[in-house]
Design a protein around this ligand. Sequence first.
Ligand SMILES: [Zn+2]
Length: 487
Amino acid sequence: MKKIFLNFALVFLIVSNAQTYKKPLVSPITEKDLKTDMYQMAADQFWGREAGTLDELKVSMWFADKMKATGMKPAGDNGTFFQFFDMYRHQISPQSSVKIGGKNIQLWKDILVQDVTDNQFTAPILYLGKVEPQELASKNISGKVVAIRVSDLNIAKEMTLFERRYPGFIRTKYYKEIEKLGAKGIIFITDAISDKSWVEVVPQMTRGIYGVEGVREKVEVGIPVFWIKQDNENWVKNNPEISLNIQTETYKYPSVNIIGKIEGTDPKLKNEYVLLSGHQDHDGIRHPVNNDTIYNGADDNASTCVALLAIARSYHQQPAKRSILFVIHGAEERGLLGSRWHASHPLVPKENIVAVLNGDMIGRNDNNEAALLGGEAPHKNSEELVKMAFDANNESTQFKFLKAWDLPEHPEYFYFRSDHVPYVRVGIPALFFTSVLHSQYHTPQDESENINFKKLYKMTEWIYRTSWKVANENERPKLIQNFKLER
Ligand SMILES: [Zn+2]
């Protein structure tokens, strides 16, 4: 009885859901091509593809040639594959200096400057030792630079790159309260954890911060935040004077989005676009880990770039009704700058972009698990789009979903950390496909050798099958009414 019922159900399903479009064509997507492209793109020849350097431009030129070879047509500015944009870079100027008790302190060696902000003044230091933020109100800190001994903060230890992020957590813990109470600055004295993180945060702090039109265009105004080592704690004991001249410099640096398309076949729907995206940049050359200094960014995010090349080969052989727009963003690692730029300066009408399927880090971890961010409330911004991704997964890849990564209380805030976000903010249905973090994330060991190519193939197939539905269904996915992100 049960079996008969099932068969009826199946027949009914096939009849009522009769496809009005062709089946997806998966065969042009091959593990072999993914591997070949990956070993080229994540090779040392591109020196870690850092945004705002010749290495990012070099890989972008190389990638445009790869796009062309798949059969894509250019869809950037003026008939090219490129959309150049300016990043703003703000740095501490080398003319800056700090004196404590009349003694010159060497910048980046003996003292770190955490924020890029201009400050010139002389003020007394108030040594507070170990102190909690709620105790500060009684300490009369106004007009002084407070010296605080950091002690092992227990929050967020489960986060990846905990050590590298630790000085940021400490700053967040104290900054607002200290600024509110009228202090002129902060000197943090390291603990065991920040002693270890020192070498990792120096490259971040000396690089400075980046912005793009509308975001961090100017140096922020704020009180200075310094770090000294606990070995040098004596410098700030007995309340000496600090004299500082911290100056900043702002430059414009070029970055670039690489954009290609494969036109749709339907005379009307071909004016609508399914946007598939990834980012080409990574972290360049930084402090050594296991004797390697090149941060190749194989999983992050050559994985999605090569997946999109594979998907393009399929669309070239069998185009869909709608057009496919392939956007490889620049400067993602510097704050989603390429996607912010493109979301506000798209080269096709914004209302013609029916959905964004973004991938970031899709080539690691268990073959049978993956995450779909934007798959659950409050991040889900289109019921229909999420259903298409679920259906595509049921058809073939059968991933078990790592749903915790999409929860607002997840400690990594992972949903907010890739290029789909600027599109979501301008009201386009969007999803983020990922195989999530791993222990080699943002280290020189994120290399081609460590990619799980079976997994990368499956993720590519899943994104492709999802995009095939979006590109062929009669109705485009709708936005959820009153959708609002929690941050
Ligand atoms: Zn990434």
